[in-house]
Ligand binder design. Structure first.
Ligand code: ADA
Length: 573
C-alpha cells in the first residue's frame, strides 16, 4: 500500500488509483440489477476520494458503486485497499471477493488464478449507520463515504511475504537488542513449496533459512531469535531507523523499524529511560476539499506546521491514520497515539454491550495492531474515546481491549480518553490517565480559568483514593472554539483572543502540575462536522482548531507555539 518508500522490488505492484466509473445507488438496487457485473451508467471520478466532494453529493449517505477496468499479465493477484468508508463489498469480474467493515483500515483479497487480459474490479461502498455501527451516527466529524485511500493489485509468485512483525527486547542499558521476526507467508502455487527466506536488519543478516508453505495457503511462522549489539535508539527528534528487507526466491518486502522502550514508572512516561512530556495536538485526517482522502503533500504540510508549533506528539483522533502519515512520524521522531473510532458520546450503554459492536471494535484493534505494529512512533494504542465509562458494559469492553492490546500490541502503552473521570470505573485499564475536559468552554463546566487547577487537584485526590497514584495524567483534549477572523478586545467566547488566552493558560497549568505529563490541544485545525452536532457547530464545522480548515493560523496558533517552544527549550537545558 501507499508508503513513503517502495515496499517491493521483486513483486509487481500496479497502482489502481486514478479514474474509476462511479454511480450512487440511493434505492439500493445495484446488487439486484447486477451492477457487480457491469455498472450501467455513471460518471468518471478520481480514486482515492470522498464522494461528498463531488457536486451535489455533499450530504449523500447510502451506497455507491465504483468500477475499474485493468489489465493483468495473469497469475495470483492480491487486491489491496487502503480504506473504504465504511462497509465495502468487492467483486472481480462479477464474482464476490469479500466484504470488509470499518472505514479506516486496510484489507486485501487474494485470487489465485486470474487469466491474462482485461478484468473488472467493482466496489460497493456504503456509509450508512445503524445501531451496531462504529462509529455511531452521532459523531463529531463529517459522514464521508468513498474509496478514501489507495487501491493496488499485486502479483504474487511462489512464496510471498504478506506481513511481518519484529518483536524485540532491549537490554537493561538499552544498548543491545534480542529479537525475532514473525512472518506471514502465502504460497501462490497449487502444490506445497519450500523456498529460501532471508531477513536483513540494517547491515546485518539476522535470518537465513527456508520456509515451507502448502499450496495456496497462508502460514505465520515465528523465526529463531537474533541479537544485535550497540544499536542506536529511536528517539523523539532523533529517530534512528533501520531498514528491514525480507526476501524469498520470488518475492520481497521492505520496511523500516526503530528500537525504543516506553514505560510508565513513578508517575512518569519514560522513553528510553528518560521522562518525556508530550506536547501534542489532536488531528483529524480531514480537509474540506478532500474529505478523508487526505493527499500526501498535505500530510507533509500539516506535519511542518505541527513541528513549527514545537509539538513532539500527535493524537490521531479518532481512527487509524494513513500509513504514509505514520511513516512520516517515524522518520521525523514524533510520538503518535493511534486509536479506533469508538467515539463515545454516540454510544448508548446498550451499544457498548452489543456483542456485534464489541467484536467489530476488537477486529478494528486487530487490524490496527497488524498494520501499525512495526512503527516505532506509535507509543499509545487508544481503545476508545469518551464512552460512558461508569457502567459494567464499558468496564467489560475496556478490560477485553486492554488485555488484547497488552498481549499483542508490543512495547506500547494502552490508553483511552475519559470525559467523566470522577465516576469512571475503568481507569485501571489505562496505563496513563487521559482526560478530556472543557473548563472555560461548555456550559456544564465552570467558565473561570482558575477552575482548571481545582479540577486537577480534585481529580488527583480521587485518583490517589483509587490507589492509582502511579498513573501519570495527560490532558488529552481541552480547548475553545474561535471563528477565524473574529477579533474582539473584550475576549468573548468564539473570539480568537479568548481561545488563545484559554489555551495559553491551560498549557502553563498542565506543564507545572506535578501529576501531568502532557497535553493534546483540541484541535489542530477546524474540521467539517455532521448535522447531529447541532447548532453548537457554527458553519457546520467544529471550530476549536488553532487554525482554520485551510490551515490559516488563528491567534491561538502563536500562543500555543510560544508555550510549546518554551517547554521544548526547557527540555533541552
Ligand atoms: C470531545 C470529542 C471530540 C470533540 C470535542 C468537542 O472531547 O472527543 O471529538 O467532539 O469533544 O469539540 O467538543
Amino acid at each position: 500500500m501507499a508508503r513513503l518508500f517502495d515496499e517491493h522490488l521483486a513483486r509487481r505492484v500496479t497502482d489502481l488509483s486514478g479514474t474509476w466509473k462511479f454511480s450512487t445507488d440511493p434505492e439500493d438496487l445495484g446488487e439486484r440489477d447486477g451492477w457487480n457485473v457491469s455498472l450501467p451508467a455513471g460518471e468518471t471520478v478520481a480514486v482515492p476520494s470522498c464522494w461528498n466532494n463531488e457536486s451535489g453529493l455533499l450530504s449523500y449517505e447510502g451506497a455507491a458503486w465504483y468500477e475499474k477496468k485493468f489489465y493483468t499479465a495473469g497469475g495470483c493477484l492480491r487486491f489491496c485497499f487502503g480504506a473504504v468508508m465504511t462497509e465495502a463489498t468487492v467483486w472481480l469480474d462479477g464474482s464476490l471477493l469479500g466484504r470488509h467493515y470499518g472505514g479506516f483500515s486496510q484489507f486485501d483479497f487474494i485470487v489465485p488464478k486470474v487469466k491474462e487480459g482485461y478484468h473488472t474490479l467493482t466496489v460497493r461502498a456504503d456509509n450508512r449507520f445503524d445501531a451496531q455501527s462504529i462509529p455511531q451516527k452521532s459523531v463529531d466529524w463529517y459522514h464521508y463515504g468513498g474509496i478514501t485511500r489507495g487501491v493496488s493489485v499485486e502479483t504474487l509468485v511462489g512464496i510471498s511475504v504478506l506481513s511481518y512483525r519484529l518483536e524485540y527486547e532491549l537490554s537493561n542499558d538499552l544498548s543491545d537488542v534480542e529479537g525475532h521476526f514473525a512472518v506471514e507467508c502465502y504460497n501462490a502455487d497449487e502444490t506445497g513449496k519450500t523456498a529460501p527466506l532471508s531477513i536483513s536488519l540494517g547491515d546485518t543478516c539476522v535470518y537465513q533459512g527456508e520456509i515451507t508453505v502448502s499450496g495456496r495457503k497462508t502460514v505465520c511462522v515465528t523465526l529463531p531469535s537474533f541479537q544485535l549489539q550497540n544499536v542506536q535508539l529511536w528517539n523523539v527528534g532523533a529517530p534512528k531507523l533501520y531498514d528491514v528487507y525480507i526476501k524469498t526466491d520470488t518475492d520481497d518486502l521492505f520496511d523500516r523499524v526503530g528500537f525504543r522502550k516506553v514505560e510508565v514508572k513513578n508517575g512518569k512516561i519514560l522513553l528510553n529511560h528518560k521522562p518525556v512530556e508530550m506536547r501534542g495536538v489532536n488531528r483529524h485526517e480531514e480537509h474540506p476539499d478532500f474529505g478523508m482522502a487526505f493527499p500526501l503533500g498535505r500530510m507533509k504540510h500539516d506535519l511542518d506546521l505541527i513541528e513549527d508549533l514545537g509539538c513532539n506528539a500527535i493524537r490521531g483522533s479518532h481512527y487509524p491514520n494513513s500509513q504514509e502519515f505514520v511513516d512520516y512520524m517515524d522518520e521525523r521522531g514524533i510520538l503518535f497515539w493511534s486509536e479506533i473510532p469508538i467515539w463515545g458520546c454516540g454510544f448508548s450503554v446498550d451499544a457498548l454491550a452489543d456483542p456485534v459492536v464489541v467484536e467489530r471494535g476488537l477486529e478494528m484493534h486487530r487490524e490496527m495492531v497488524k498494520y501499525y505494529y512495526n512503527h516505532p512512533s506509535v507509543i499509545f494504542w487508544g481503545m476508545h474515546n469518551e464512552i460512558t465509562s461508569n457502567n459494567e458494559a464499558a468496564y467489560e469492553m475496556s478490560k477485553l481491549y486492554y488485555n488484547y492490546l497488552k498481549e499483542n500490541g508490543g512495547n506500547r502503552l494502552v490508553v483511552y480518553a475519559s470525559h467523566q473521570p470522577m465516576t469512571d470505573i475503568c481507569l485501571e485499564y489505562s496505563d496513563v490517565i487521559c482526560l478530556n475536559l472543557y473548563y472555560g468552554w461548555y456550559g456544564w463546566y465552570s467558565d473561570a480559568l482558575s477552575s482548571w487547577e481545582d479540577a486537577l487537584n480534585n481529580f488527583c485526590k480521587h485518583r490517589d483514593e483509587l490507589g492509582l497514584s502511579d498513573k501519570p495524567i495527560i490532558m488529552s483534549e481541552f480547548g475553545a472554539a474561535a471563528l477565524y477572523g473574529f477579533h474582539d478586545a473584550e475576549r468573548p467566547k468564539w473570539s480568537e483572543e479568548y481561545q488563545a488566552e484559554l489555551l495559553s493558560h491551560c498549557l502553563q497549568v498542565f506543564h507545572t502540575h506535578p501529576a501531568m505529563v502532557g497535553s493534546f490541544i483540541w484541535q489542530f485545525c477546524d474540521i467539517r462536522t455532521c448535522s447531529e452536532m447541532g447548532f453548537s457547530r457554527a458553519r457546520g464545522f467544529n471550530n476549536k482548531g488553532i487554525m482554520n480548515e485551510n490551515r490559516r493560523p488563528k491567534a491561538a496558533y502563536y500562543a500555543v507555539r510560544d508555550r510549546y517552544r518554551a517547554f521544548a527549550e526547557e527540555d533541552r537545558t
